[in-house]
Design a protein around this ligand. Structure first.
Ligand code: SAH
Ligand code: SF4
Length: 360
């Protein structure tokens, strides 16, 4: 089987190709010009292109499906070489920019939500990704290629700023080595040039791995999927809490190196009658006391076969108001692309059920 070119950093490629300066040219073709074959790399000698083609593939992913949402987000289902599938979401936010002449310009900001595993071992009760079980880890190249495919498909200029969130399928810290390699490849200034402070790793709370990642001091952002404020409830929602309880997560977060201008994000998936009561808001405020935190309340996005329900808007607002009034940053997030089965794992499940039609 051919090696995946995007699995390697520029420095590693420089030791694999001769002469080594060719590595930078290959990186440029791959990440700036979105080349899909070595034959396109016209400033490389023909025999070298042929040799590279024998050894490497540039296309580890195949597009199976694309779905557009009314809110501008776009969801992809990609097939891996072994037939497994992963989801990726392109989120589009409009930022207001105020100019000195008094005009306001709207700028599009892209965020790509990438997957790190096929399925997930963590097994959260509310998560559709978990229902399919765990298949395998993605390689760094399979993670990096998700962004490349999305940039190419949307004609996103190589120099446009893009944010990465590891909030797709899988638990990134359960695939730490490959995720760290992907973070490094994403941030290569000669390649995709996504600074580490534009990359956010979201975790269900593997405390020992949070510590390990923190010790690497990469400059990335951290998001904790908390979802519950006492261990008893959290264990029923997220079985991983038996191994890593809330206190161990908070301890690990306190030691995590955070950029001076940033905050650790705590994701709180709100489920009706499960964790939407004011009692939880009070405990949450207490729990995050002393941490440079921001809370993101997420509406639970229901799907067929789940007993969990979407919370009422008033309860979300009340929860948010309680926290913000007491100085804790708190935003409410509608699962983006609600009409296209927003939360990760949902598109893949529909495809298995044969509900969707492929675009490509
Ligand atoms: N495994 C990591 C990253 C992927 S999950 C983690 O758990 O943090 C990304 C986010 O999707 C998590 O915060 C998760 O809680 C959320 N999610 C899962 N199922 C959802 C649903 N049905 N509705 C809304 N969000 C959901
Ligand atoms: Fe895995 Fe995250 Fe889903 Fe939990 S929420 S099962 S950790 S992907």
């Amino acid at each position: 089987m051919k090696k995946i070119l995007q699995d390697y950093t520029k420095e590693e490629l420089a030791t694999m190709v001769k002469p080594s300066f060719r590595a930078k040219q290959i990186i440029n073709w791959t990440y700036h010009k979105y080349a899909l074959s070595f034959d396109e790399m016209k400033n490389l000698p023909k025999n070298m292109r042929e040799e590279l083609d024998k050894e490497f593939t540039l296309t580890p992913l195949k597009t199976l499906m694309v779905q557009d949402s009314k809110d501008g987000s776009r969801k992809y289902l990609f097939e891996l070489h072994d037939g497994h599938t992963v989801e990726v979401v392109l989120l589009l936010m409009r930022d207001k920019q105020f100019h000195e002449d008094g005009t306001i310009k709207h700028q599009k900001r892209y965020t790509v939500c990438v997957s790190s595993q096929v399925g997930c071992k963590v097994g959260c009760a509310f998560c559709l990704t978990a229902k399919g079980g765990f298949m395998r880890n993605l390689t760094a190249g399979e993670i990096v290629s998700q962004l490349l495919m999305v940039k190419k498909d949307n004609d996103i200029d190589a120099n446009r700023r893009v944010n990465i969130v590891y909030m797709g399928m899988g638990e990134p810290l359960d695939n730490l080595d490959n995720v760290v390699q992907a973070i490094k490849i994403f941030s290569d200034p000669d390649g995709l040039a996504i600074a580490t402070h534009r990359q956010t790793v979201s975790t269900s709370g593997l405390s020992s791995k949070i510590k390990k990642l923190g010790d690497m001091d990469l400059g990335i952002n951290l998001a904790i999927s908390l979802h519950a404020v006492d261990d008893e409830l959290r264990e029923t929602l997220m079985p991983i809490n038996k191994a890593y309880n809330i206190k161990s997560i908070i301890d690990a977060v306190k030691k995590f190196p955070i950029n001076a201008r940033k905050r650790v994000m705590f994701e709180y998936l709100v489920i009706k009658d499960v964790n939407d009561q004011m009692e939880s808001a009070k405990k949450l405020l207490k729990l995050l006391n002393g941490i440079k935190a921001k809370v993101n309340l997420i509406y639970f996005n229901p799907y067929g076969g789940t007993e969990f329900k979407r919370p009422h808007q008033e309860d979300m607002f009340r929860f948010q108001e309680y926290l913000t009034k007491r100085g804790l940053h708190c935003t409410i997030r509608e699962s983006k692309g609600l009409d296209i089965s927003a939360a990760c794992g949902q598109l893949r499940e529909q495809e298995k059920d044969g509900e969707l039609n492929a675009r490509n």
